[in-house]
Ligand binder design. Structure first.
Ligand code: GSH
Length: 113
């Protein structure tokens, strides 16, 4: 089981989309960053950086922040979207970095506005 701490922002939504796409079991927890939930002690204990998204994977014991790192982790866990080796793996990471650099974040925004 994965606990997902998130809010309805592009960085939050991309992790929700990945979890759904991979069919992984998870429990979502709303961290309303418009009300300052990211600064509550319980959340700071999970991510001292005070940013969503964060996952805790109880199967492996890993707590992970940063949407790009989470997407890589989930792809490896699910065994999808991330080739194990070779040029195809590097190109998948290339596209991940492309979306982290801005274009992917902007393209998600209209869905929630
Ligand atoms: N580089 C981080 C950025 C995380 C981030 O900026 N999260 C925002 C919401 S999209 C946040 O938690 N903002 C709360 C704040 O800045 O106080 C990632 O990709 O996950």
């Amino acid at each position: 089981m994965i606990d997902l701490y998130t809010w309805i922002t592009p960085n939050g939504l991309k992790v929700s989309i990945a979890l759904e796409e991979f069919g992984l079991s998870y429990r979502p927890h709303a961290i309303d960053i418009t009300k300052g939930d990211q600064f509550l002690q319980d959340f700071l204990a999970i991510n001292p950086g005070s940013k969503i998204p964060v996952i805790i994977d109880h199967e492996t014991g890993i707590t992970l922040a940063e949407s790009g790192a989470i997407l890589l982790y989930l792809a490896e866990k699910a065994g999808r979207f991330l080739p194990r080796q070779g040029a195809a793996r590097h190109h998948a990471i290339e596209w991940l970095m492309w979306q982290m650099g801005g274009s992917g974040r902007r393209s998600v925004t209209p869905i929630i506005s």
